[in-house]
Design a protein around this ligand. Structure first.
Ligand code: ACO
Length: 379
């Protein structure tokens, strides 16, 4: 008897596994909407807090709702002493994504309602994570710089407060705006690898902290969120704009993946890139520093060479990586900033998964040895 070979969808490419009302990527037009609104319009005209509200509640907040959302978020920002002491005990060589993963796991261990899957509990936990993650990320960057943490300021917006906790001051509004644009663009992207990870964990009826901890692990990888850091390492390796094309040829010949380029869903360019590239250009234009000019020239030269050689477009991590560098963040802080934003999308999906849950359990086509006897067992 012959068995039909099943269709294999390696990497789940092209597979539609469920419905969602949170966002959609339309590859044909290279567009992305959150709850129906084009992400470019949200990024250009709305605050990150408004977008977080939109993703969680389905609608943009009115003035009173926004005030209430901001007040609740800012009140939750401080870390308790136990959490701060625990995080301070992690090795200084520990990657900040591991610090974040540990922090979320610890928040879950501390929360007596960890297993309460009600919508109200989910919303409360989501807001707690949104509020506290920047405090963890900022304290960790300062720790690596040998500096004491700066407590959150409830009078500042989400983005402004993060700058102050990292650097002790808030930069020019234009810089804060560029950062906020990146947060909005990073917030949500349908069934990407980390979001899908969160949904898989949730589908077993595990708790929200476990789902977010797993999602952080998935985002850390350089084929996903870790690419924004990897872009910076790559630019530092190339160093000279004149060498970009030659470096690229060698890297492609060695079958290296060029970080910050390509996308599973977009075939003709990531819809989020033009706005982030404009933000990056504005940041670069603010300084006459020769190092910045050189990095910006290298960034452009590599992009152009990649388009010419492979016709592969940059993804959001390509402009975002350099933008975070120009804002003054340490390279290992880049992917944790992605987490601070994507926590909104992850938790929206966790809630949606629970609302119409089905255990996620695909099949595999077995290609190992045929059935055989364990040595020494049987006749
Ligand atoms: N550098 C070099 N070649 C590439 C790249 C790249 N960045 N991206 C795609 N390709 C080539 C592949 O080598 C492959 O060529 P082949 O058919 O001749 O073997 C072809 O394009 C298809 O690539 P796959 O890796 O199979 O495509 P997939 O859809 O699985 O990958 C991915 C998408 C993982 C994002 C890939 O483009 C990549 O590795 N990019 C670099 C990492 C990166 O920037 N990740 C960030 C993603 S966006 C985000 O998380 C916000």
């Amino acid at each position: 008897m012959t068995t039909a070979t099943p269709d294999i969808h390696r990497g789940l490419a092209g597979v539609v596994v469920d419905t969602t009302a949170i966002s959609t990527v339309i590859p044909e037009t290279n567009s992305l909407t959150y709850r129906g609104y084009p992400v470019q319009d949200l990024a250009a005209h709305r605050s990150f807090e408004e977008v977080a509200h939109l993703l969680w509640y389905g609608e943009l907040p009115d003035a009173a709702q926004l005030r209430d959302f901001r007040a609740r978020e800012s009140a939750l920002r401080p870390l308790d002493r136990t959490t701060s002491e625990l995080l301070a005990r992690l090795p200084e060589t520990c990657h900040p994504m591991d610090v974040l993963r540990t922090a979320v796991s610890f928040f879950g261990a501390e929360d007596p309602t960890e297993d309460d899957g009600s919508l109200a509990a989910h919303r409360a936990k989501s807001l707690t994570l949104l509020a506290k993650l920047p405090t963890v990320v900022a304290a960790d960057q300062r720790r690596r710089r040998g500096l004491d943490p700066i407590p959150p300021d409830p009078g500042l917006g989400y983005a402004q407060n993060f700058f102050r906790m990292c650097f002790g001051s808030v930069p020019a509004p234009e810089v804060v705006r560029c950062f906020e644009i990146s947060l909005i663009l990073y917030a949500e992207h349908s069934f990407n690898a980390s979001t899908f990870t969160a949904r898989v964990v949730t589908s077993t009826l595990s708790d929200l902290y476990s789902a977010v901890t797993a999602a952080i692990g998935a985002l850390k990888g350089p084929l996903h969120g870790g690419a924004n850091e990897a872009v910076m390492h790559m630019l530092e390796e190339i160093d000279d704009p004149q060498r970009a094309a030659e470096w690229l040829d060698e890297a492609l010949a060695a079958k290296r993946k060029i970080m910050g380029f390509g996308h599973r869903v977009y075939q003709h360019g990531d819809s989020r890139v033009p706005l982030m590239q404009t933000a990056l250009d504005r940041l670069a234009a603010r300084t006459a520093d020769p190092g910045t000019t050189r990095l910006a020239a290298l960034h452009t030269a590599l992009r152009d060479a990649m388009l010419t050689r492979k016709d592969i477009h940059p993804n959001l991590d390509y402009p975002a990586g350099l933008a975070y560098h120009l804002m003054g963040f340490d390279t290992p802080t880049f992917t944790p900033i992605f987490v601070m934003s994507r926590i909104t999308g992850w938790t929206a999906h966790i809630t949606e998964q629970l609302a119409h849950n089905a255990l996620i359990r695909p099949l595999a086509s077995y290609e190992g040895p045929g059935e055989r006897a364990v040595p020494g067992v049987g006749g």
